[in-house]
Structure formats: structure tokens, C-alpha cells
Design a protein around this ligand. Structure first.
Ligand SMILES: *Cc1c(COP(=O)(O)O)cnc(C)c1O
Length: 387
């Protein structure tokens, strides 16, 4: 059975006669007798105990994500960042080292570099231009590699198969799949050990929820569950229910986002005010993209032929497109990465990662593509009208 069909039909077991899955708004569960309670606590019998550990609404979502990511199992957390925190708490200890692909989501580097460094975990930020340099940065203490492919916002792609073949077996390779989602990329198939999705982006698709998920082998996900029980980055049943409904339309939305993004990328490449467009859909001869991705998603970035002031003026001139650092929503959203999502990198790092002051990121929505283009074109034209 196709995984989209399977995911669509994955519902919690006790539906009664309800067609839609109900929301399990409950903090705890009744046991039919005291012996059952004991067995659940000792782990002799599986089942719900308390919603910090497991909840049927959350579980339904986890199973859908596992199916879509081709994973044995998945676990959800209250945010994408909580998934990273849980991974660090589960798999790292004092003295360990993490390699981070330069340019990953800003908060991810803050978390590892500023917060986990307090507990004696070191990290190395790697230049995206030279993935080969990764091997020389691996030490005996390296336990985790974090990368995003394509990376946000400059859409650099990493060869997951190749990296997995090169690194020692004891290093966990974590791939953030938020931008393409499992609809267009299956990192586990290419050798990733764990795959992360920030669910408030495309899975929700309507900008309502903050949540995250990790998918991988039963063994690794179970280790994360043990940490989750104690730490409690629990996703609420209501948010899980919204996300579960969102997941049912993920494929069709991703295809529409992509169709619009392709149209805009091709238009922007030809625009005389645009210096460069970053979108894997227009990189026709990149073998990594051909091998690793089945689509290109709905996020594009571009550099404008202007300076920082001009770029800010361009953003402020947009009427239809909203200024918002979220991605993956139904409405098109624009971000200035250098001053927002990636402001925690220093100037030199931003330069190295290609996050220049004239770079704009566009989360392409589901509007009519021509309407989005006209908004961009109007705002670009304002750059020639000196005020
Ligand atoms: C948003 C995002 C995150 C963080 O997820 P939250 O749910 O906001 O905590 C991590 N990685 C990527 C690529 C993101 O876009």
C-alpha cells in the first residue's frame, strides 16, 4: 500500500462510530484493576499511564509520521527545538562533541553552542562550502552530526548517503527534513539515523501550532521516549489532533507549494533586479538533488541587486506577502534571514554561510502564483523609485 494511503487511514484504535478521530483531552488513564496499573508501570504491559508519556491523539500523529518517513517509529515533542534538546539529553554526555552543518536553523546552533556547552558538550560549526572538511573535524569525542538538506535559507544540499558511508558507525547522523518533508525526501533511506521535522511548518500548513517530531529505529525512539517521560516536552493532544488532520493533506499541499515555487523561481531568475535565486527545483544538473529528493518544496530564497536598506525597503513594499518568520503556511511569507532567523550568527559566519544582507527568504503559499509574482515585482520596482 502507498504510504500516503496508509497514513491517511491510520487512526486511533477506539474510534467508536466516529468518522473523525476525537481529541483525547485527558491527562491520565483509568486502569481496569490495580494489577494492570502495576504491569503498565513495570513495562510488562504496554498502554497509557499518563499523558506526559503517551496519549492516543499524539500517538496517532506519531504513527502517521513514522509511516511517511519510512521509519519503524516516531515520537513527538512540544516544538522542533524540544526534539533537538531531547536528542542531546538522550545521546550526549559531558565531553562529547557535535558537528553542526553551518547555516542550520539559528536556534539549533544557539542550543548546542550556548546552552549545551554549559554541560561540557563541545561543538564544531562546519563550512557548508566544503562538506569534505567534515571528516577532518571528526574526533574520538564526536557523537552527533546535525544537518539540514536543503539548508535554510540558501538551499545547500548535502549527500546523506556519502556522509553516512564516511563517518564512524558510532556517530548519530541527524537530518532535519522540515523544508522538504517526507513527501519529497526520505533521509532514513539514505542513511540518516534520525530525522527531525518541525511540525508547525508544512505538517500543520496553516500556521497554528508549534511542535516537532523525530523518526527512526524503534531502539533509538524508545531511548527518546524514556527521556521524554522524565523531561516532559509533551505535545498537547489538541495540537496533535490539529497536526494529524494537517498531515492528511500534506502531500497535496506540498505539490501546490512546489508548483507555485517553481513558477516564481523561474520568473525571479529572469528579473533584472534579482542577483541570484536559491531553489533546488532550478538546479537541473545536481546529482545529489536527483538522487536524494523526489521534489523541491515550497521555500525559495533570492538575493536582490541592492544593499541592506534596499532589501528592507523591498520587504516593506510587499502588500500581499506577509512579513513573518514562519514557513509552510497557506499564505506567502517573507523573511530577512540576516536580521531575524540567522541574526545569532556573527557577521563573519553569516558571510561564510551565504546569509548576506540582500538575501530574502520566501515561503511560497497557496495563492495564485501570478498574484504572488505581481506583489514581488511591484516591490522590486520600488527599488528604482528613489524616494
Ligand atoms: C522552525 C525550525 C526548527 C525549530 O522548530 P520549532 O518548532 O520552531 O521549535 C528547526 N529546524 C528548522 C529547519 C526549522 O525551520
Amino acid at each position: 500500500m502507498d504510504r500516503i494511503t496508509e497514513s491517511l487511514h491510520k487512526q486511533i484504535n477506539d474510534l467508536g462510530e466516529s468518522h473523525a478521530s476525537p481529541i483525547w483531552l485527558t491527562s491520565a488513564y483509568n486502569f481496569k484493576n490495580a494489577e494492570t496499573a502495576e504491569k503498565r508501570f513495570t513495562g510488562e504491559e504496554s498502554g497509557n499511564i499518563y499523558s506526559r508519556f503517551t496519549n492516543p491523539s499524539v500517538n496517532e500523529l506519531e504513527q502517521k509520521i513514522a509511516i511517511l518517513e519510512n521509519a519503524e517509529d516516531a515520537i513527538c515533542f512540544a516544538s522542533g527545538m524540544a526534539t533537538y534538546t531531547a536528542i542531546a539529553l538522550t545521546f550526549l554526555k559531558q565531553g562529547d562533541n557535535v558537528l553542526i552543518a553551518g547555516g542550520v536553523f539559528g536556534s539549533t546552533t544557539v542550543l548546542i553552542r550556548k546552552i549545551f556547552s554549559k554541560f561540557g558538550i563541545t561543538s564544531t560549526l562546519l563550512p557548508p562550502q566544503n562538506p569534505e572538511s567534515w571528516m577532518t573535524n571528526i574526533t574520538k569525542n564526536t557523537k552527533l552530526i546535525i544537518l539540514e538538506t536543503p539548508s535554510n535559507p540558501i538551499m545547500r544540499v548535502y549527500d546523506i548517503d556519502k556522509l553516512k558511508r564516511q563517518i564512524p558507525e558510532n556517530i548519530l547522523l541527524v537530518v532535519d527534513n522540515t523544508i522538504l518533508t517526507p513527501i519529497f525526501q526520505l533521509p532514513l533511506r539514505h542513511g540518516a539515523d534520525l530525522v527531525i521535522n518541525s511540525l508547525g511548518k508544512y505538517f500543520d500548513g496553516q500556521g497554528r501550532v508549534v511542535a516537532g517530531a523525530v523518526a527512526g529505529s524503534k531502539r533509538l525512539i524508545n531511548q527518546l521516549l524514556q527521556i521524554q517521560r522524565s523531561v516532559g516536552f509533551t505535545l498537547s493532544a489538541f495540537d496533535a489532533w490539529l497536526l494529524s488532520v494537517g498531515t492528511d493533506t500534506l502531500e497535496i499541499r506540498m505539490k501546490s507549494h512546489q508548483q507555485n515555487a517553481m513558477f516564481l523561481a523561474e520568473k525571479l531568475i529572469q528579473h533584472n533586479m534579482v542577483e541570484k535565486v536559491f531553489y533546488t527545483g532550478v538546479e537541473k544538473n545536481n546529482n545529489i538533488i536527483i538522487k536524494q529528493q523526489s521534489g523541491f518544496g515550497g521555500l525559495i530564497s533570492f538575493k536582490i541587486k541592492t544593499d541592506k536598506i534596499g532589501t528592507i525597503r523591498f520587504i516593506n513594499s510587499l502588500k500581499l506577502i506577509k512579513i513573518c518568520t514562519n514557513i509552510g503556511g497557506a499564505r506567502s511569507l517573507v523573511t530577512h534571514p540576516a536580521t531575524t532567523t540567522h541574526c545569532k550568527y556573527n557577521k563573519k559566519e553569516r558571510k561564510a554561510f551565504g546569509i548576506d544582507d540582500n538575501l530574502v527568504r520566501l515561503s511560497v503559499g497557496l495563492e495564485n502564483a501570478q498574484d504572488i509574482f505581481e506583489d514581488l515585482d511591484f516591490a522590486l520596482a520600488q527599488l528604482n523609485n528613489k524616494v
